[in-house]
Design a protein around this ligand. Structure first.
Ligand code: BTN
Length: 317
């Protein structure tokens, strides 16, 4: 699709120098190769960072005048973390800008964990959003993202993708996607949010510690999926669901999430950085927090890892 796709094959006439700036640590050189694909206006940019040349594709997509997501997609061959990079450009970029990487060298997971993903096999991306929202409602953004991802996966696989609080998406009780929303806050309001999404697409093997809990779209369907198709579907679903975030119709988001979350009413174990609690998943409150009950007492969580008890086979997902 792009005129040059290998970073080793940087052409002599790589195009105009888009910009060149000197940082205190290193030089950044950008070479732009314009190329035209029907319906798209694209550029491939080679960024020389230290000794490495990375291919970055900038895709300006055809869009409805009111569309939010994916007008600009920044695709990297390799980044440390799309979330970290998206946070770096959050202020100057418009809402709806997307950062994608074929590989993350330091992918971030929830609760300080790392997110590992085989290069080129999965989707690792971050969406920039700037809704008018106060920090205590950030849990709603996790639910929004969970709904978007679950609908995307169901549409592509025809399998029932399920949401698990706070923001995992499961196929056949195994995790196929993780979401990490990070925000910047100023004056008591969120000035920008980065919604990081990892979807396991064509990866067939996982590290030993994830072998019984992780899965991918290909593992569950026996079919391969194009990463670009998954991203396009994801952006369509984000576009469809986002008005409820923008207009603060949080009840709609909760209801959409609850309809995809069979964990409610089940026995769950919630592990927080402090301790582990067991009870029945009772409700999701208006800020997206989880309420469990035990012996008639309610406990409220804004963070934590949930494992669900399934009665019939005694396993947990
Ligand atoms: C989790 O722990 O389940 C959340 C994982 C989130 C991973 C995604 S991959 C794209 C984005 N960039 C990151 O560094 N993390 C998120």
């Amino acid at each position: 699709m792009f005129s040059v796709s290998s970073r080793r094959a940087l052409p002599q006439d790589a195009g105009n120098v888009l910009s060149e700036c000197q940082s205190p640590i290193r030089f950044w050189h950008f070479h732009v190769v314009p190329c035209h694909v029907s319906g798209f206006e694209n550029s491939a940019i080679f960024a020389t960072i230290g000794s490495r040349t990375l291919l970055i594709k900038v895709k300006l997509r055809p869009h409805h005048p009111n569309a939010v997501f994916g007008k600009k997609v920044l695709s990297f061959e390799s980044l440390d973390s799309t979330n970290r990079y998206a946070k770096q450009i959050l202020e100057e970029e418009d809402e709806g800008t997307v950062v994608v990487a074929e590989e993350q060298t330091a992918g971030r997971g929830r609760m300080g964990r790392t997110w590992t993903s085989e290069k080129g096999k999965n989707l690792t991306c971050s969406l920039i959003i700037k809704p008018s929202i106060t920090p205590e409602y950030l849990g709603i953004i996790s639910l929004f993202a969970g709904v978007v991802v679950a609908r995307t996966i169901t549409r592509l696989t025809m399998l029932n993708a399920e949401c698990k609080w706070p923001n995992d998406v499961l196929l056949n009780r195994r995790k196929c996607s993780g979401i990490l929303a990070e925000s910047t806050i100023s004056g008591g309001r969120c000035t920008g949010i980065v919604v990081g999404i990892g979807i396991n697409i064509n990866q067939m093997e996982f590290p030993a510690e994830l072998q019984h809990t992780a899965t991918s779209l290909q593992m569950e369907t026996g079919r391969r999926f194009e990463t670009s198709q998954v991203l396009d579907t994801l952006l369509e679903e984000a576009e469809a669901a986002y008005p409820d975030v923008r207009h603060r119709h949080y009840q709609n988001i909760r209801n959409a999430w609850l309809a995809l979350a069979p964990m409610m009413g089940r026995t769950v174990r919630v592990t927080t950085p402090e301790a582990t609690f067991q009870g029945t998943a009772h409700r999701i409150d208006d800020r997206g927090g989880l309420v469990i009950t035990r012996n008639g007492n309610e406990q409220y969580f804004t963070v934590g890892d949930v494992s669900i008890r399934y009665e019939h086979d005694n396993t947990r997902g």
